[in-house]
Design a protein around this ligand. Structure first.
Ligand code: PGA
Length: 249
């Protein structure tokens, strides 16, 4: 049986002191005995301080660069994350792709570098409204996944967490129906099976992201091929975050 993984994505919200207060307040209220990994991806400036107070919540970064060090002003390296004991990094979020011009080639380099360092990439994929409306979702996601997993071995591939996030559902309040989300996540599992094999496809964790809230998380996570959620807006408020990670399945 696969685990579930529910991760808040704070994007560019909160200050360091607000983040520390939040984690201090919710960490002990996270249900430790469940099959759910509870995480929060915080802005990198907060990683060090929140790591010190998070016991039950796993802390994730929101991005990193693939080179170990060098003249890359403003970037965060993997050794810097390892030094803070960070275990997860969100890679290729649609905001990184669309606003900051990240390509699948860069994302692939990041995935490979993280896996070499034993950090789990939470690899985002997903289509625009235009692609969705033209019925090309699967084709689009297949192309992203094929490029983002290029050169990744089957043993490493199953360690990746895939986050399927239709761009039209992010921050819009327009959640994909559980059926739509399930259908795409199932196809993603098939794509992984075609690239690798049945075992990798069965083991890999696939999240859905896009307007997930405490009110709809159960219906989404009840779906056979959805193993978790990547949650923006609803992860910023304490009660709401706890409602997500402590949801009753
Ligand atoms: P949302 O964001 O939950 O606010 O729609 C999801 C995400 O961007 O990861």
């Amino acid at each position: 049986m696969r685990k579930q993984i529910i991760v808040g994505n704070w994007k560019m919200f909160k200050t360091n002191s607000q983040a520390v207060e939040f984690i201090k307040s919710v960490d002990s209220k996270v249900n430790k005995d469940s099959n759910i990994i509870a995480g929060i991806a915080v802005p990198s400036i907060m990683l060090s301080d929140v790591q010190k107070v998070a016991k039950n919540i796993v802390i994730s970064a929101q991005n990193c660069y693939f080179e170990k060090e060098g003249a890359f002003t403003g970037e965060i390296s993997i050794p810097m994350l390892q030094d803070l004991n960070v275990k997860y990094v969100v890679i290729g979020h649609s905001e990184r792709r669309d606003i900051f011009g990240e390509t699948d080639e860069m994302i692939n380099n990041k995935v490979k570098a993280l896996l070499l360092s034993n950090i789990t990439p939470i690899l985002c994929c997903g289509e625009s409204l235009e692609t969705y409306e033209s019925g090309k979702t699967i084709e689009w996601v297949k192309s992203q996944i094929t490029k983002d997993f290029a050169g990744v071995s089957p043993e490493d591939a199953k360690k990746v967490v895939i986050a399927y996030e239709p761009i039209w559902a992010i921050g819009t309040g327009k959640v994909a129906t559980p059926e739509i989300a399930q259908n795409v996540c199932k196809e993603i599992r098939n794509i992984i099976k075609d690239i690798y094999n049945e075992q990798v496809a069965n083991e890999i964790l696939i999240q859905y992201g896009g307007s997930v809230k405490p009110e709809n998380i159960k219906d989404i996570l009840d779906q056979a091929d959805i193993d978790g959620a990547l949650v923006g807006g609803a992860s910023l408020i304490e009660d709401s975050y706890l409602g997500l990670v402590n949801y009753k399945g």
